[in-house]
Design a protein around this ligand. Structure first.
Ligand SMILES: C[S@@+](CC[C@H](N)C(=O)[O-])C[C@H]1O[C@@H](n2cnc3c(N)ncnc32)[C@H](O)[C@@H]1O
Length: 361
């Protein structure tokens, strides 16, 4: 099922969904930036771990290449990457087996189309060149097409400590349910709107799912198959770089990183009313909701540092959320607000998250 996508900012993503089942490939720099955030917090985050990269393909994607390069310095125990069968993808995605595959003794000219593949790197210098790297990757055809929901890939999830990928967004709810069921650490790319899904928000509220470091300035760029470029709205695909550009994607994870522990710097309520750069707050003060006992905060930087009650903030607050500073109380749905929205003087507000300041220890 496709998610309904609103107009405007989200139309890039609507185009991506309508096109080749989200066939776009993550850039090395973006993987590196996100993983570095976890490593800065805990240099041993990947040490001794089994890492699974589903919905991937090392011949195309950077995820397996990135982790294979860092296999030894990160101290990874085992790296598994699985790819999805070309026949299971939309018909017009061009597919040509690589020389790596065709020159390999197990190459099968039928299976290359109908089956997924599994690539494994362990701490074994298979080609005896003195280093363990991508050249030591071993591969086999999977029994099935590599669908992450299959028993075969689920068994690999059960073996894994950490699952990392850029999954198909049309299946993102199932993907998240699959991760949660597997009780694994995870890091993946998805649309920001995922945070408000009714199955996902309770995880966010309960501190089991959060935003990662994210893309630099919120801009994400991906490589796409040649045939998909006409599927994107003008301005989304850049022929010069051959990349598509989205503004509404981010990384989601349950792995710790530093930004999550930086407190937001905020002014008191009195200072906000005196000095806020937002005219909705300056001199006017904070409004209360008609249908919920909380104050309305139109911008994250206008959260007063000294208010003890519940505050409604925009969803973008979650990009700055530090769980030691604020507790997430709920959203319109989890708190059963009438009509599923917060109102101020009869006016419906955009989606809000309700938070409360944690008491100083
Ligand atoms: C957004 S792309 C990302 C590819 C790669 N992980 C990367 O980041 O470069 C998602 C990939 O998942 C594949 N895919 C689609 N449905 C899938 C499924 N049910 N199970 C596994 N992979 C799937 C798509 O064909 C596509 O290659």
């Amino acid at each position: 099922m496709e998610e309904p996508v609103s107009e405007g900012k989200n139309s890039n993503l609507a185009a991506a969904r309508a096109s080749k089942n989200g066939e776009f490939y993550t850039q090395w720099v973006d993987i590196e930036r996100e993983m570095n955030a976890y490593l800065e917090y805990d240099p041993d985050v990947f040490r001794g771990k089994v890492i699974l990269l589903p919905c991937d393909d090392p011949e195309w994607s950077n995820f397996a290449k990135f982790f294979a390069l860092h296999f030894s310095d990160y101290g990874i125990k085992k790296l598994i990457s699985t790819s999805y069968a070309p026949n299971s993808k939309p018909a017009d995605i061009p597919y040509q087996p690589t020389l790596f595959e065709t020159e390999s003794p197990q190459f099968d000219k039928q299976k290359t189309f109908s089956h997924g593949k599994k690539f494994v790197l362990e701490d074994k210098d298979v080609n005896a060149d003195g280093v363990v790297n991508i050249d030591d990757l071993q591969w086999v055809y999977l029994e099935g097409d590599g669908d992450f929901r299959s028993d075969e890939i689920t068994a690999l999830r059960n073996e894994a400590d950490i699952v990392i990928t850029n999954p198909p967004f049309s299946l993102i709810r199932e993907f998240i349910a699959w991760l949660v069921e597997g009780k694994v650490a995870f890091s993946f790319i998805g649309p920001q709107s995922t945070l408000s899904y009714k199955e996902v928000f309770p995880l966010v509220r309960d501190g089991k799912f959060w935003i990662g470091k994210g893309f630099a300035k919120g801009d994400s760029y991906f490589r796409i198959p040649e045939t998909a470029k006409t599927d994107y709205a003008a301005g989304v695909y850049d022929p010069a770089t051959q990349l598509v550009h989205f503004r509404n994607l981010t990384w989601f994870t349950n792995i710790e990183h530093g930004r999550r522990h930086e407190p937001l710097k905020l002014m008191t309520m009195a200072d906000n009313i005196k000095h806020s750069k937002h005219k909705q707050v300056r001199a006017v003060g904070y409004q209360t909701y008609d249908n919920f006992d909380a104050i309305e905060i139109p911008y994250t930087d206008a959260i007063p540092s000294d208010f003890e009650g519940i505050m409604g903030v925009p969803i973008s607050f979650l990009e700055k959320h530090n769980p030691d500073q604020f507790e997430i109380v709920g959203n319109e749905y989890s708190l059963n607000l009438s009509k599923g929205r917060a109102y101020v003087q009869g006016q419906r507000k955009f989606a809000r998250i309700f938070i409360r300041r944690r008491k100083a220890q």
